[in-house]
Design a binder for this molecule. Structure first.
Ligand code: 13P
Length: 242
């Protein structure tokens, strides 16, 4: 399975900075690992025009209609988009998204032919209360309930422990692998034809100096990266192009 590194730029970078990044990144990128970028929606066309796979950080569960301020996944697909990140913990935390409400969004994203990168993960309090695996099972069952996959590339699952996001505290490779193995089992039971080929990404303070050890774990198929994806040099290192 080819490893996948996804840059989640969140609400960072203006248009000039996006172009500067692409011009530094592209000539050195070897395609050894897949590299996808989620910028602010405003700049995605710039990324697509440079031939790099681009994704939204959120979208509407509807494809058109009277939903002021929303972004349609259908329009994004028509524009050449590749994927949508759904259920990032910042959206669950600040915008009240729930696994149940994300189910509709995941369905629309798949129906429109885009890849959903569905995020799951526990808070520190949940981990300390030993609730990690049951919480992740609920997030997967609710968010992906009754979804049908046409192939293994329709879906990516990202495990992002909330306590590791932007904190510099990375889950140890063993901690991450334990959860990834559990996600793998859950996906195999849910999607018998494709569950063993859906890529499972780890996110939370992934950096050039810890990426290889994380990627060496059996069920870690790539990374969803915030801070360390903002500099071309670091993102190239994460893509295996030092
Ligand atoms: P950091 O890599 O900055 O910890 O962010 C992780 C993340 O939220 C990616 O979606």
């Amino acid at each position: 399975m080819k490893k996948l590194m996804v840059a989640n730029w969140k609400m960072n970078k203006n248009g000039n900075e996006v172009m500067e990044f692409l011009h530094a990144f592209k000539p050195k990128y070897s395609q050894k690992r897949d590299a996808w970028i989620a910028s602010q929606a405003l700049y995605l066309k710039l990324i697509i025009n440079e031939g790099v796979s681009a994704g939204l950080q959120n979208c509407s569960e509807h494809v058109s209609g009277a939903y002021t301020g929303e972004v349609s996944p259908r329009s994004f697909k028509e524009m050449g988009g590749t994927f949508v990140i759904t259920g990032h913990s910042e959206r669950r935390q600040y915008f009240n998204e729930t696994s149940r409400s994300l189910n509709a969004k995941n369905r629309t994203v798949l129906a429109e032919g885009l890849t959903a990168i569905y995020c799951v993960g526990e808070t520190l309090a949940e981990r300390e209360a030993n609730l990690t695996l049951s919480l992740i099972a609920d997030q997967i069952h609710q968010g992906l309930n009754d979804l049908s996959l046409a192939n293994e590339n329709n879906l990516v699952v990202a495990y992002e422990p909330v306590w590791a996001i932007g904190t510099g505290k990375t889950a140890t490779p063993a901690q991450a692998q334990e959860v990834h193995a559990f996600i793998r089992q859950t996906l195999k039971a849910k999607f018998p034809a494709f569950g063993d080929k859906v890529r499972i990404l780890y996110g939370g303070s992934v950096k050039p100096d810890n990426v290889e050890e994380l990627l060496s774990q059996k069920d870690i198929d790539g990374g969803l990266v915030g801070g360390a994806s903002l500099k071309p040099k670091d993102f190239l290192a994460l893509c295996g192009d030092v």
